[in-house]
Write a protein that binds this ligand. Structure first.
Ligand SMILES: Cc1cc2nc3c(=O)[nH]c(=O)nc-3n(C[C@H](O)[C@H](O)[C@H](O)COP(=O)(O)O)c2cc1C
Length: 468
């Protein structure tokens, strides 16, 4: 080899071995802190960019994507849409990505187009997505779900279009002729979520409960084959497990209804079964309140009976989940009662997360709900109110949020190698930034192109619509 032909840098670029198409290696996870010896601004990094390891899985930062239904599956199977939708997030440095509510049985879908994991044919399309995210060194999990009495609904935009364009005023139920299952909508008790609009559910039998447990276990086995990094059990938003825990939707007379211990029995049994079969991180999403104080008085009435589902019972449930070895509680709210008077605003569900964090020590806590600004997200963590933050709608509006947040908070994180040229200002080596400077939007945080910037504090008001 002549001197001039000596390679001066390693070539070709390292690629992801075993990936079916050419895929360059990211060198380090997108969205992870760059070496603090080189990027001195990272010596005292903002908490949002502190990595978190749970059961050996390293999440590169604490800005996580919340689960979001896409109503874009084909007989429960992931499609190209999911590859692009979730793959784009992996290119943008989110600390964790979660596949939307995924039904463990077909009648547990919200809509006919929901994601499913009830049969083996659903493994391969999801594995394609997971392999791609892993190829980018991303972390990806799945939310296992059963929609309970809110099943057999249409994709929301179809209803909105019908209402807006045609003045539609009928029910929200998809009939059998369109792939729905209105006569097989299952719930703890035969109480409709919205009589005349939603399906009239049938009361779940004990046999159904036993089959459901098997379905969760089978789903976990599929998750292993797919290679997910974590599982979240969906226990929120008025779907099956929330319906079981709330005295308003569960009037059963057997061991799954009545007392608080009976109402939380099914979630705990399922959580325990999943925990036994799954040794990677396991989360549970809870609705911390039905927001009914104004309508029904205190969560626990004067007669000592629980009147509706609220934070006291949620904290009790969380303690039990923590004792079973669950790793994280994802604290949402609402969805089980139309009367609920939800006080919507920036970080509006944070007080519930904070309450749990103060009262249950052996579980990590995630907060979700109108967290849209870097300083807002970081303050939640720096103040110890939660351990991680989940974002949903902001992900859809601002997919680069993690990288933008790093810039705004004065940290340097790794952009995707293919996108480095768009983030050259991230790759400027700066001076040490004191931790306090990331906090409360102190002026000395250096932002884009090194300019001093005062981060925005409050998110604009959000119009609240019911969420899955
Ligand atoms: C399009 C869309 C789909 C959603 N799907 C789910 C879901 O599958 N599972 C779930 O638990 N929450 C779902 N949610 C709720 C979000 O995860 C999140 O809790 C909620 O939107 C509040 O967070 P945000 O203010 O950051 O959007 C969905 C929200 C949106 C906007």
């Amino acid at each position: 080899m002549t001197k001039s032909s000596q390679p001066i840098f390693p070539y070709p670029p390292k690629k992801v071995e075993g990936y079916p198409t050419y895929l360059p290696d990211q060198v380090q996870p997108v969205g992870s802190l760059l070496d603090a010896n080189v990027y001195k601004q990272n010596q005292d990094p903002p908490k949002l960019f502190e990595p978190l390891t749970i059961r050996g899985v390293e999440f590169p930062n604490r800005a996580w994507v919340a689960p979001m239904c896409q109503y874009s599956s084909d007989e429960g199977k992931a499609t190209d849409h999911h590859l692009v939708h979730l793959g784009s997030m992996a290119m943008r440095g989110w600390g964790s990505i979660m596949v939307e509510a995924t039904a463990v049985v077909p009648e547990g879908r919200i809509t006919p187009e929901d994601m499913g994991i009830w049969e083996d044919a659903q493994i391969e399309p999801l594995k394609r997505v997971v392999d791609y995210v892993h190829g980018l060194r991303g972390i990806i999990g799945i939310q296992l779900a059963h929609a309970g009495r809110k099943a057999s609904n249409p994709a929301p935009w179809t209803l909105r279009q019908a209402i807006e364009e045609k003045g539609y005023d009928g029910g929200d139920v998809v009939g059998e002729e369109n792939g729905g299952w209105p006569n097989n909508v299952q719930a703890p008790s035969a109480i409709s979520f919205n009589p005349g609009k939603y399906a009239n559910p049938v009361e779940i039998t004990t046999e159904y409960i036993e089959n459901l447990k098997k379905a969760y276990v089978a789903a976990v086995e599929r998750c292993k084959k797919i290679g997910f990094d974590f599982i979240e059990i969906h226990g929120a938003h008025g779907y099956l497990l929330h319906e079981f825990v709330s005295p308003l939707s569960n009037t059963r007379k057997d061991s799954y209804g009545g007392s608080l211990d009976n109402r939380i029995r099914l979630p705990l049994e399922l959580a325990q079964l999943v925990r036994e079969k799954w040794n990677k991180p396991l989360f549970y999403r809870v609705s911390a309140t039905d927001w009914l104080e104004e309508d029904l008085g205190p969560e626990k009435g004067k007669n000592g009976e629980w009147a509706w589902w609220g934070i006291e019972q949620t904290t009790y449930l969380t303690q039990k989940l923590a004792d079973l070895g669950l790793d994280l509680i994802d604290v949402s709210s609402g969805g089980n009662d139309l009367r609920g008077n939800i006080k919507v605003g920036p970080s509006y569900q944070l007080p519930f997360a904070e309450h749990i964090k103060q009262n249950v020590s052996n579980i990590l806590v995630g907060s979700v709900g109108i967290i849209t600004e870097p300083v807002q997200a970081n303050d939640i963590l720096e103040e110890g109110k939660a351990d991680i933050v989940f974002l949903a709608r902001q992900v859809l509006r601002d997919i680069d949020f993690p990288l933008r947040a790093a810039l705004e908070l004065g940290a340097a994180v790794s952009p995707a190698v293919q996108y480095e040229r768009a983030w050259t200002r991230m790759l400027v080596k700066r001076d040490h930034v004191k931790k306090a400077a990331h906090h409360h939007g102190v002026d000395e945080v250096q932002g884009e192109e090194g300019k001093k910037t005062k981060p925005k504090r409050d998110a604009p008001p959000e119009v609240h619509t019911s969420v899955p």
